[in-house]
Design a protein around this ligand. Structure first.
Ligand SMILES: Nc1ncnc2c1ncn2[C@@H]1O[C@H](COP(=O)(O)OP(=O)(O)OP(=O)(O)O)[C@@H](O)[C@H]1O
Ligand SMILES: [Mg+2]
Length: 214
């Protein structure tokens, strides 16, 4: 089973969410992470984790597209592969989109994120034409101002598109997300009673149900 955090726009929260999902789902089944992020964000956090004596994630990298395709075409029965794709459009990221069972796309309510989402819709449209089926991604609103109640434009755009499915869970802007990565932990491990942890648990539950793993 392959879950890919995908959006060609940078800085929307792909690595942050992939990191948290991987650590939480590792409690239930074997998880492998493929780190396609140029910054290797998850690998860096995983080194902190290892240094602190916590069980690290299984993270791999691919420099060669053929090796990457070979890996994802193999049958990984009973294993969840989470791909953290880079914040740009590339053949690696397009392969990941087409190979995934479930796609997850974080987006905030900021105006530039709406423009980024329009561009991403064009990519999904092109790949859907190529595969002759509609490729849908689950859109999760992330990094939202905690006081904001109306996400008007982004929500309207997501709800209108045949390529997007809006998730019920939302993640607000919380310092726990960056603080926890900095100490090699998920938000749930770092501040289990905090709001970020509660929001992340709700997202894990929703995605776990889509993947049928919880
Ligand atoms: N819900 C949130 N609350 C607070 N900060 C957040 C949240 N989500 C992400 N961030 C912060 O936003 C920044 C970008 O997040 P992240 O690196 O996960 O994005 P990305 O989509 O993986 O970026 P790239 O495309 O460059 O790989 C990080 O500093 C992260 O800590
Ligand atoms: Mg990233």
């Amino acid at each position: 089973m392959i879950l890919t955090l995908s959006h060609q726009k940078g800085g929307v929260g792909k690595s942050t969410i992939a990191w948290n999902l991987a650590l939480e789902f590792s409690k239930f089944l074997p998880v492998t992470v493929i780190d396609l992020d140029m910054q290797r964000s998850m690998s860096a956090a995983n080194r902190i984790r290892t240094d602190k004596g916590m069980a690290p994630l299984d993270i791999c990298h691919f420099g060669d597209a053929d090796e990457f395709v070979h890996y994802i075409e193999k049958d990984h029965e009973g294993r969840l592969t989470i791909i953290d794709s880079g914040g740009f459009d590339s053949s690696f990221n397009r392969i990941a989109i087409m190979a995934s069972d479930v796609l997850l796309t974080p987006v905030s309510d900021k105006p530039f994120d709406l423009l980024g989402l329009q561009k991403y819709e064009e990519i999904l449209e092109a790949l859907s034409g190529f595969q002759e089926k509609t490729i849908k991604t689950h859109v999760v609103l992330n990094n939202l101002n905690p006081a904001l109640r109306n996400f008007g434009d982004v929500m309207e755009f997501v709800l209108m598109s045949e390529y997007f499915e809006l998730m019920t869970s939302v993640l607000r802007q919380r310092v726990d997300f960056s603080n926890s990565v900095g100490v090699g932990k998920s938000v749930i491990e770092h501040a289990p009673q905090g709001r970020a942890a509660l929001e992340m648990k709700a997202l894990c539950k929703e995605i776990g149900e889509i993947l049928n793993i919880l």
